[in-house]
Design a protein around this ligand. Structure first.
Ligand SMILES: Nc1nc2c(c(=O)[nH]1)N[C@H]1C(S)=C(S)[C@@H](COP(=O)(O)O)O[C@H]1N2
Ligand SMILES: [Mo]
Length: 512
């Protein structure tokens, strides 16, 4: 019985901590300040070394954030438990540990770029005071040396000889925890209610997307659809909580090496000529065969139109863009002005951007990996030179420039098929060069041409199919794509870092 009892000190520490955090979160939410918890998580993401982040993305895919949050929560709970254990004998030291934890969070809030850090700090300080008070009041009840009498009492004689009423203590701790949890839930409800209404009417485009060519969008069970529904679109970003940009306050600044800086509101952007284009965007972290790629119809203002308004200094060679989550992204000026339709997108598949995909405005640049071009929650475009800055990911070892490499993926068949005529199919991409050919080979046999779906544009992927006479046994299927210059994708296997994975996608299939 004794050994199964929760140790009182840690229970008090965790209860007090949950109360303090819950209070801080609720006040921060009500006062529109940054969330102390998420600021901490964001900071941890920033400070996580690249190899660990890569491992997280490749192991957990886009679930890396919940896992990271859970780890931060676990570490916090352990530290709170330790603070409680300490506070039983040394209340000052226990309280000091909470102050220390608070200080770490204040540092994170100071570094917070997405929300109102100062309000978050005030909320945290109030939460800290409440938490320390609860810690002192709770641990004061616990006898500082656990005498046998104090811990072996049965339920019917909860009051130990030294006066420690464990049942009363646990009830108090549970109540304190519940109030804290209620505060946290309340905070979530408050921020959830305030979601920026994405109910914006997107004006019609002066230049709509060309109608889909016949035969460009095959529908085959298991084959990736040509246009990716928004809800299935991959999501990659450094933001734990996607920044909420208030449309009324939204300003896009275009400045730097320009004749005259320009500032545009959301309304200004809606009033400019809108272009609608299908573009396949892809993450540099995509492994060979991976699914961090998607194709959508994007509607927005051409970046070159906006840059023209500002007037570009001929010595500039880059645009450094910023997102409201604090990211900076460097894009070659040429890719934004050379005639490809790089967009400040406001809509994806005909609907205003979702929170996850960059509401209210994001960049979409054909031919470049997302980390050098696809800035979401876009707030700032600085015309500059690559020599004069380092973007977020460049600082972390990724290449400054990131043209998308020719690549393809095998979607079907699955791992097991019946013998006979089967379809092998997938997608291939070589954005802004275009895909000219896909080949398939079985068990290291000769390369055979696959049948390509019609080309939509050189900026989108192409589906492909191959008829396969599947015979019993285990087979290895490989595919490779060629771009329109006639260059095949390389067979050399390379990991995503620093500028995109290479190698042939391979699939092992058991037929029988
Ligand atoms: N503000 C912001 N924009 C960003 C990122 C980010 O972390 N923050 N990540 C980039 C990366 S690495 C990719 S691959 C694309 C992904 O866009 P998606 O999430 O809409 O698919 O967004 C890019 N834009
Ligand atoms: Mo990415």
């Amino acid at each position: 019985m004794t050994s199964r009892k929760l140790p009182s000190g840690p229970v008090a520490g965790i209860a007090a901590g949950v109360l303090g955090l819950g209070v801080a979160e609720l006040i921060a939410a009500l006062a529109r300040g940054a969330s102390p918890l998420l600021a901490l998580g964001d900071r941890v993401i920033d400070l996580t070394p690249r190899w660990l982040k890569e491992a997280a993305v490749s192991t957990f895919g886009t679930a890396d954030k919940p896992i990271l949050l859970a780890s931060v929560a676990l570490v916090t709970l352990v530290l709170l438990g330790a603070a409680g254990a300490l506070a039983v004998r040394r209340p000052l030291l226990g309280a000091g540990m909470l102050v220390l934890l608070g200080a770490v969070d204040i540092a994170a809030l100071l570094a917070d770029r997405a929300g109102n850090g100062t309000t978050g700090i005030v909320a945290l300080l109030i939460g800290l005071a409440v938490g320390i008070t609860a810690l002192v009041l709770l641990t004061r009840q616990i006898p500082d040396t656990a005498t046998p009498g104090a811990t072996t009492g049965t339920a019917s004689e909860a009051t130990a000889p030294d006066g420690f009423d464990r049942r009363k203590f646990l009830t108090a701790a549970a109540a304190v925890t519940a109030v804290g949890a209620a505060g946290g839930i309340g905070a979530k409800v408050v921020t959830g209610r305030r979601h920026p209404s994405a109910k914006v009417a997107i004006p019609s485009a002066v230049s709509p997307a060309a109608p889909l060519a016949e035969g460009a969008a095959l529908r085959i069970d298991g084959l990736t659809p040509f246009v990716t529904p928004v809800e299935d679109f991959y999501r990659i970003d450094i933001a734990l909580l996607t920044p909420r940009v208030d449309l009324a306050d939204y300003r896009l600044k275009i400045h730097g090496m320009v004749d005259k800086p320009v500032e545009l509101t959301y309304e200004d952007l809606l009033a400019m000529p809108l272009y609608e284009r299908r573009v396949t965007i892809c993450c540099v972290s995509n492994e060979v065969g991976g699914d961090l790629i998607g194709n959508a119809t994007w509607t927005g203002v051409r970046i070159r139109d906006v840059l023209k308004q500002a007037g570009i200094d001929p010595d500039a060679d880059a645009v450094k863009s910023s997102g409201a989550d604090g990211i900076t992204i460097g894009t070659p000026l040429e890719a934004l002005t050379d005639g490809r339709d790089a967009l400040l997108a406001i809509a994806q598949n005909g609907e205003p951007l979702t929170q996850d995909h960059g509401f209210p405005v994001r960049m979409v640049v054909p031919g470049l990996y997302g980390y050098v071009s696809a800035t979401k929650w876009l707030t700032d475009l600085e015309v500059t030179r690559f020599d004069d800055f380092r973007a977020y990911w460049t600082d972390r070892g990724w290449s400054a420039e990131g043209p998308i490499k020719t690549q393809c993926r095998i979607d079907i068949p699955g791992d097991d098929v019946m013998p006979g005529e089967r379809t092998i199919a997938g997608v291939a991409w070589a954005q802004h060069r275009g895909v000219s050919k896909v080949e398939v080979r079985i068990d290291d046999g000769p390369w055979q041409p696959a049948t390509l779906a019609a080309e939509d544009s050189i900026d989108t992927w192409r589906q492909w199919t191959y008829r396969w006479a599947a015979t019993e046994g285990e087979h290895h299927i490989q595919a490779r794509a060629y771009d329109r210059t006639g260059t095949p994708q390389t067979a050399d296997e390379a990991p995503p870092a620093p500028n995109g994975a290479t190698g042939y996608p391979t699939r092992t299939v058991t037929v029988g």
